[in-house]
Design a binder for this molecule. Structure first.
Ligand SMILES: CC(C)(COP(=O)(O)OP(=O)(O)OC[C@H]1O[C@@H](n2cnc3c(N)ncnc32)[C@H](O)[C@@H]1OP(=O)(O)O)[C@@H](O)C(=O)NCCC(=O)NCCS
Length: 183
């Protein structure tokens, strides 16, 4: 029986890849993959939204019945070794844009001096102030991840370094998540 350790996102890892199972929440990802003409050219694509939803359902049932499916695989390099950005301010300093100001300085440092390829950030689902700051900085949601201290899944985001923008110009510009999936 395929299972993954508690708190782990993947049930299998190779040097650069993490394997997980399709869930019904993956429909947007499935659309990106099986809606792509280049990916699907040689196996009957492009597929309609309806066909993609059916394929996703088939993969989920395949896993339940046979313990295999066309597993979604993710590049680990973008998650592993990527520093996490976070902020803890005393209440009297909240609401003055200090967290984003500090974060921008740290983003410059991380991408420039330290040479990080990306930064991750997460927040408690009810922490809307933190969510706003993370999004304001140009982070993009990538996945939910189990956070042991809270005993729950929390949303995680990625800010990937781009070649053509200075880090401080990056905030708020439409960065694409670089998490990639392959069939
Ligand atoms: C979350 C936190 C880092 C935000 O930092 P900040 O410097 O206040 O950020 P901003 O000034 O950009 O405000 C962010 C949002 O917080 C909200 N906010 C503003 N003043 C607030 C206040 N007094 N109380 C609560 N929220 C407030 C606003 O909605 C604001 O959104 P806006 O950009 O639309 O105005 C800060 O509140 C904090 O340190 N909280 C305690 C620790 C924590 O929760 N850290 C995050 C762990 S994931």
């Amino acid at each position: 029986m395929i299972s993954k350790p508690a708190g782990e996102r993947y049930f299998l890892k190779s040097k650069r890849l993490g394997f997980r199972c399709w869930t019904r929440e993956d429909l947007p990802l499935a659309r990106e993959l099986w809606g792509d003409i280049e990916v699907t050219r040689y196996f009957g694509g492009p597929f309609s939204g309806e066909e993609i939803a059916r394929r996703l359902e088939t993969e989920i049932l395949r896993m339940e019945s046979f313990q295999f499916q066309y597993w979604p695989i993710h590049l680990l390099a973008l998650e592993d070794g990527i520093p996490e950005l976070g902020f803890h301010l005393r209440p009297k300093y909240w609401g003055r844009g200090l967290a984003p100001e500090a974060a921008r300085a740290v983003i410059d440092l991380a991408f420039g001096t330290i040479g990080a390829k990306g930064l991750s950030a997460g927040h408690h689902p009810q922490n809307l102030a933190s969510k706003k700051v993370i999004e304001k900085l140009g982070f993009r949601y990538t996945h939910d991840e189990y956070f042991e201290t809270l005993g729950m899944d929390i949303p995680y985001y990625l800010l990937a370094k781009t070649e053509n923008a200075l880090p401080s110009e990056r905030a708020g510009t439409g960065l694409e998540s670089e998490l990639q999936d392959a069939d």
